[in-house]
Write a new protein. Structure first.
Length: 93
């Protein structure tokens, strides 16, 4: 679960299936959609969101931020890597 106060986020699912949850506050995620291969999700700045893998294979996706939210060339292989980077370098805005 995360929220970026100053950046919009675009997610595209390349492989797998999941559920996207979004809302204006962390305790009220009123938007829920199933996503599959080739799904695209736009997350406006200030929106709490989460994408959970609901399938049997790894969920592969990429994200684009506007304005950019990570240094050029950043790749996070796992969600754990992404969370660790945000904590270490403060790139989670």
């Amino acid at each position: 679960m995360e929220m970026h106060p100053n950046v919009d986020q675009f997610l595209r699912v390349e492989q797998g299936q999941g559920i996207v949850q979004m809302g204006k506050n962390k305790d009220h995620l009123n938007f829920k959609r199933n996503v599959y291969d080739d799904s695209a999700i736009i997350i406006p700045a200030g929106t709490w969101h989460n994408l959970t893998n609901t399938g049997r294979i790894p969920l592969k996706l990429y994200s684009i931020y506007a304005p950019p939210n990570h240094p050029f060339g950043t790749v996070h292989v796992t969600k754990g890597d992404a969370l660790a980077s945000e904590e270490e370098y403060g790139h989670g805005n």
